[in-house]
Design a protein around this ligand. Sequence first.
Ligand SMILES: NC(=O)c1ccc[n+]([C@@H]2O[C@H](COP(=O)([O-])OP(=O)(O)OC[C@H]3O[C@@H](n4cnc5c(N)ncnc54)[C@H](OP(=O)(O)O)[C@@H]3O)[C@@H](O)[C@H]2O)c1
Length: 372
Amino acid sequence: MISERRPLVILGATGTVGRQALEILRKTGSPLEVGALSAHRHAEALKALAEACPGARTYLTSREEERGRLLEDLRRGDYAVCLNAVVGAAGLPYSEAVLEAGRTLALANKESLVMAGGLLTGLAARTGGRIVPVDSEHSAIHQCLTGRRPEDVRQLLLTASGGALRDLPLEDFSGVTPEQALAHPNWDMGPRITIDSATMMNKAFEILEAWHLFDVEADRIRVLLHRQSVVHSMAEFVDGSILAQMGPPDMAFPIHYALHHPERVPSPLQGFQPELFRKLTFEVPDPRRYPALALGWDAARRGGPAGAVLNAADEIAVQAFLDGGISFPEISTLCRETLEAMPALPSASLDDIHAADAWGRRHARGLCTAPR
Ligand SMILES: NC(=O)c1ccc[n+]([C@@H]2O[C@H](COP(=O)([O-])OP(=O)(O)OC[C@H]3O[C@@H](n4cnc5c(N)ncnc54)[C@H](OP(=O)(O)O)[C@@H]3O)[C@@H](O)[C@H]2O)c1
């Protein structure tokens, strides 16, 4: 057990992951002490959370000057670990600032890697910053690969729950309501990722995330539908052995792991009871049900800013679906059409990535409002 107190920053503290992080810290003998918290709009909720963290600074990032101050403070590096649990492309500048400071980035904001994985891993290598994934699948693979070299790996196997609509007849997809798509069978998550789970765009993003994090090409990353969500992912090695990481479908586990890595800090969390799962199933996802999944491999093949464009299109499409502007199947169609229309765009800097993101948003918005 480590006794030295270390300061922690939690970005997106009012969200599902942010709140779970605070909860798990409260329950464990964690050596981490919350030094700062951010939210975007929910000022009252942020204030309430900060009251339980004596001395913690707060930042409400919808206020431009507070956002600027947060970025400056992150670059100054007066903390040990930063959990980035902001949702969407808005999380990217914070990831950059933490890695610039050479600090540990516990990364829930998958969009950072989807948009700019190559730039961020390059930055981390230069500054000594470290990226520890919070996504349960990547946390699983991270745990399986610790101490291994990329050349030891034959393939990665990402598991997917299949989302809220995994058993809905295909002919009913065009009439799916937001309430239906938000009713996830296994995980309790924010709205964007829950819809992305129903389309499997989330898994498409995770292919890109795994590619960048583990230096394994996208065509050596497979996806399996695993309804029980207890095998969080697997790594197969060149000698044919497969390691899997298991646990209940509860984000508290990967959050706790990422915040304290490389230590294993005791927690009251209970592992799952294997005897309760007499049957674990693994299926190849049906591409007719999940057309968005292929866009992950497609974006990896295209390279450059394709991940940023895909993410931008999906942010617009998911919001349009939640607002009643487009149907559920149109989320994937609109993302595919945006990716296919992407012109040659530069991706050498984060400014290029932000420009590609803006292009993707404009194009996707145009498709949302175009008559079909
Ligand atoms: N939820 C999960 O179980 C889970 C699992 C794996 C990965 N992730 C990833 O973790 C990230 C967070 O997901 P979540 O489900 O926790 O999201 P969420 O519940 O929607 O919370 C999002 C958080 O981000 C803040 N935020 C929203 N817009 C922002 C902006 N423009 N700038 C700065 N902060 C902003 C929100 O602040 P306000 O409350 O003030 O709006 C809130 O604190 C996502 O990238 C998601 O893909 C989540």
